[in-house]
Design a protein around this ligand. Structure first.
Ligand SMILES: Nc1ncnc2c1ncn2[C@@H]1O[C@H](COP(=O)(O)OP(=O)(O)O)[C@@H](O)[C@H]1O
Ligand SMILES: [Mg+2]
Length: 266
């Protein structure tokens, strides 16, 4: 079991951010976590990474029940890539050092590294298509290039769970598709950890994310096989707007129906 969340809630003063969330992710499954802005996605991820604790309910991640496990050890087994992370690195840092720092879960590289570790860092940079800019300073890279370096960094620690928190945010159409094809390639390799892809854009969902959890206002609206969750009926209820769902080449697109689009505009 990768994640076993049972009725978890997170309450802040008078505000319930997460409510009765049940979520089971099994080894080898890749999930998408879909919700509008403010639905609680990042809060749920912070909890899975042990940065905040459930107010109620029980949570076990990588078979380590919260309350009995060392959360720092747990975090070493989880790769969490987000745009917030990319702001933490010095702009002069080289991609190779950033990837190597993943081995030590540190921001900045303070440890001696072995030739084998440096070789692995290069192999990961190549795998993520970073060869052409691996000697450039991190601060000079585009958003998409930074994200790819950070995915390579996350993989350096051989995580059992890889969380991609809105990896396509701020990317143009081409950078986004390039990022998605890298992720699709990753999913194909046998030693890739379970992945969670977080987004509020349904059209970013790749076929490899065959399970979906829809989060709405801090509650699980629906979860299960993507094909059973992403139906026009369920998505219409999820968005509170009539939508149509199209499938093309394994990818989805959701469109507001015209009258619903008019309603939301006025
Ligand atoms: N530390 C906090 N205290 C109170 N409310 C919070 C805190 N962190 C997040 N929230 C609120 O919880 C809701 C969910 O936030 P978040 O998990 O960041 O959503 P998402 O990632 O889906 O956009 C938001 O309304 C946000 O303002
Ligand atoms: Mg978020």
């Amino acid at each position: 079991m990768i994640i076993d969340a049972r009725k978890i809630s997170w309450v802040r003063s008078d505000h319930t951010v997460l409510k009765n969330v049940d979520w089971q992710v099994r080894t080898g499954e890749h999930w998408s976590l879909v919700g509008l802005n403010g639905s609680g996605k990042t809060t749920l991820l912070k909890m899975i990474n042990g940065y905040i604790w459930p107010t109620n309910g029980t949570l076990s991640v990588l078979n380590r029940p919260f309350g009995t496990c060392d959360l720092r050890e747990l975090r070493k087994k989880i790769g969490w890539v987000s745009s917030a992370l990319s702001e933490k690195f010095r702009s002069g840092e080289r991609p190779e050092a950033i990837v190597l720092s993943g081995k030590f879960a540190s921001i900045g590289l303070y440890e001696q590294t072995s030739p084998a570790e440096r070789e692995k860092a290069h192999a990961l940079l190549n795998q993520l298509g970073c060869e052409s800019f691996e000697n450039r300073a991190f601060g000079l890279l585009s958003q998409g290039e930074k994200q790819r370096v950070l995915i390579a960094r996350a993989l350096m620690a051989d995580p059992e769970l890889l969380i991609l928190d809105e990896p396509c945010n701020g990317l143009d159409l081409f950078a986004r598709e390039q990022m998605l094809s890298m992720i699709a390639e990753l999913a194909k390799s046998a030693d890739t950890p379970s992945m969670i892809f977080v987004t509020h854009h349904v059209e970013e969902l790749l076929p490899c994310f065959d399970h979906t959890l829809l989060l709405k206002a801090g509650t699980v609206f629906k979860s299960g096989h993507a094909s059973e969750v992403m139906t026009p009926e369920i998505m219409t209820a999820f968005y509170d707007h009539r939508v149509s769902v199209q499938r093309r080449g394994g990818r989805l697109s959701v469109e507001l129906n015209e009258d619903a689009a008019m309603e939301s505009r006025f």
